[in-house]
Design a protein around this ligand. Structure first.
Ligand code: SAH
Length: 442
C-alpha cells in the first residue's frame, strides 16, 4: 500500500492521508456461525462470561458498552483502530477536503448567526484528531475573517490512547500538556495555531457557552438495545453463554418484556428494531445547550431514517467480523436512527437532514476545492490520492449515499428566514444553511 508523505503545510497543499482500503464500516453483517476454533478466549470474553455466569444474560447495549469502552479492557480505550493498520477508515482519514469543508460549514454558520466574539468548537469522539486538525487549518487560513474571534477547542474522548494521539496531532510541542486524570478536564494544552484545547470524558463537563458541536462516526458506536417482534409482543435480544459450545456466546430472546421497550414507537411497523437511549441523552443535552446559548451541531454518520432493522456489526482489520467472536478485538457499530435523533431534538431546536454525504459535500463546494488542490500539485501520486479520496467520499456506491449529514440549529436561525422569505420564494429558509443547500457566503 502506498502512503502519501506530507507535501507541505501551506493553504493550498495536499496533506498526507493513508491509502484507502476497499472496505469501510458502512456495510452489514449478521452475527453468525463462525467455527469455534476461530473464537479465541480474549480477556474481554472471559470477563463477559464471568459477568453472565454471576448475573445472567446481558443486553446488547451492555455488551457493546463493555466491549467498546470498559475502562480496563475496552476496544476503544487502549488502541488506535483507525487507518490502514487498524480496523476501519473514516472520511477525514481518507481526504483532507472532508475536514476543510466542515471547517467552512462552521465559519458559514458563525457568519450567518452574527459573528459572535467567541465560540467553542466541541468534537465528540475525535479519533486521531485529523478532522479537527483539518478544520483548524481552515480557521487559520481564514484568519482574516475570524480575526478578533476568541476560539477554543473541546474534545470529548474516552480513549486514553486516542487522546494521546490527538494531543500529538494537534498541540504545540513546546507548551507542555497539563494532565489531571481525576478531573473532568483530564488534559489541557494549546494547539499548533495557539488555540486553547481541553479534553473531557463526558459532554456534560464541557463548559456551556456559544458552541459548534461536531460528531463524525460517533453516534454509531453508542450502545443499542435490540428488539424482535414475537407473537407475544416485543422481546429484547440478550447475549448468553452458548450451552452447546464452550467459551462461546449466543443471542437469546428475553422471556418477557424489558424496560428498554419503552423506547419503541407505538406505531412501529418493523419486526426488528435497534434503539440507542445514550444517543437520545446526548441529543437532548446538545439541543438544550444550543437552545440556551446558540451555535449548532453537525452530526455525520451512516444511518437511516427509522427504516432499517438489524444493522449491528463488527469490523476487524478492514473486514466484517462476527460481533460475538473474540470481543474486545474488533469494532462494534450499528446504524444511527436519525428519526430518533430528530424526535429527541423536537421542541427544543430545529433539525435539518439527514441528507446524503454526496449532496452535502457537493453543496459545500467539494468540486472547486478538489480542482484547487489538483491545480497546485504536480506529483502524480498526490493527484491520484486526491482523486481516489474524492471518489470514495462522493461515489454513491461508496460513502456518498451511505453516510448522512444532520444538523441541529436554534429555532431563530430558521424563523428569521421565514420573515425574510418573499411570497414568490418556494424554498424554505433551510436553503440558506450551507451544505443542506448550496454554500453562499453572506
Ligand atoms: N470521529 C473520528 C473517530 C470515529 S471512531 C473519525 O471520524 O475519524 C469513534 C470515536 O469515538 C473514537 O475516538 C472513540 O474513542 C470515541 N468514543 C467511543 N465511545 C465514546 C464515548 N462513549 N464517549 C466519548 N468518546 C467515545
Amino acid at each position: 500500500m502506498t502512503v502519501l508523505v506530507r507535501s507541505g503545510v501551506g493553504p493550498l497543499c495536499a496533506v498526507a492521508r493513508a491509502a484507502i482500503p476497499s472496505i469501510w464500516r458502512g456495510k452489514y453483517f449478521s452475527s453468525g456461525n463462525e467455527p469455534a476454533e476461530n473464537n479465541p478466549v480474549t480477556p474481554m470474553l472471559r470477563h463477559l462470561m464471568y459477568k453472565i455466569k454471576s448475573t445472567g444474560p446481558i443486553t446488547v447495549a451492555e455488551y457493546m458498552k463493555e466491549v467498546l469502552t470498559n475502562p480496563a479492557k475496552g476496544y476503544y480505550v487502549y488502541r488506535d483502530m483507525l487507518g490502514e493498520q487498524g480496523d476501519f477508515i473514516t472520511s477525514p482519514e481518507i481526504s483532507q477536503i472532508f475536514g476543510e469543508l466542515l471547517g467552512i460549514w462552521f465559519i458559514s454558520e458563525w457568519m450567518a448567526t452574527g459573528k459572535s466574539t467567541a465560540f467553542q468548537l466541541v468534537e465528540l469522539g475525535p479519533g486521531r484528531g485529523t478532522l479537527v486538525g483539518d478544520i483548524l487549518r481552515v480557521f487559520t487560513q481564514l484568519g482574516s475573517v475570524l480575526k478578533n474571534c476568541d476560539i477554543s477547542v473541546h474534545l470529548v474522548e474516552v480513549s486514553q490512547k486516542l487522546s494521546e494521539i490527538q494531543a500529538l496531532t494537534l498541540t504545540e510541542e513546546k507548551v507542555p500538556l497539563e494532565r489531571n486524570a481525576g478531573s473532568p478536564v483530564y488534559m489541557k494544552g494549546v494547539t499548533k495555531s495557539g488555540i486553547p484545547i481541553s479534553w473531557y470524558r463526558h459532554l456534560h463537563d464541557v463548559p456551556k457557552g456559544y458552541s459548534f458541536y461536531l460528531a463524525h462516526e460517533f453516534f454509531d458506536v453508542l450502545p443499542v438495545h435490540k428488539f424482535q417482534k414475537t407473537p407475544q409482543g416485543w422481546r429484547e435480544v440478550f447475549i448468553d453463554i452458548d450451552p452447546q459450545v464452550s467459551d462461546k456466546l449466543r443471542f437469546v430472546l428475553a422471556p418477557s418484556a424489558t424496560p428498554a421497550e419503552a423506547f419503541i414507537q407505538h406505531d412501529e411497523t418493523r419486526d426488528h428494531v435497534e434503539v440507542c437511549p445514550d444517543a437520545g441523552v446526548i441529543i437532548e443535552e446538545l439541543s438544550q445547550r444550543i437552545a440556551l446559548t446558540g451555535g449548532a451541531a453537525l452530526v455525520a454518520d451512516y444511518g437511516h431514517d427509522g427504516t432499517k432493522t438489524d444493522t449491528f456489526r463488527g469490523f476487524c482489520g478492514h473486514k466484517l467480523h462476527d460481533v460475538l467472536i473474540a470481543p474486545g478485538t474488533a469494532d462494534l457499530t450499528a446504524d444511527v436512527d436519525f428519526s430518533y435523533l430528530r424526535r429527541m431534538a423536537q421542541g427544543k431546536v430545529a433539525s435539518l437532514g439527514p441528507i446524503k454525504q454526496h449532496t452535502f459535500l457537493k453543496n459545500m463546494g467539494i468540486d472547486v476545492r478538489l480542482k484547487v488542490l489538483l491545480d497546485k500539485s504536480n506529483e502524480p501520486s498526490v493527484r491520484q490520492q486526491l482523486l481516489q479520496g474524492y471518489d470514495m467520499l462522493i461515489n454513491p456506491k461508496k460513502m456518498g449515499e451511505r453516510f448522512n449529514f444532520f444538523a441541529l440549529l436554534p429555532h431563530e436561525r430558521l424563523e428569521g428566514g421565514r420573515h425574510q422569505r418573499n411570497a414568490r420564494q418556494s424554498k424554505p429558509f433551510a436553503s440558506l444553511v450551507a451544505g443542506f443547500s448550496e454554500l453562499a457566503w453572506q
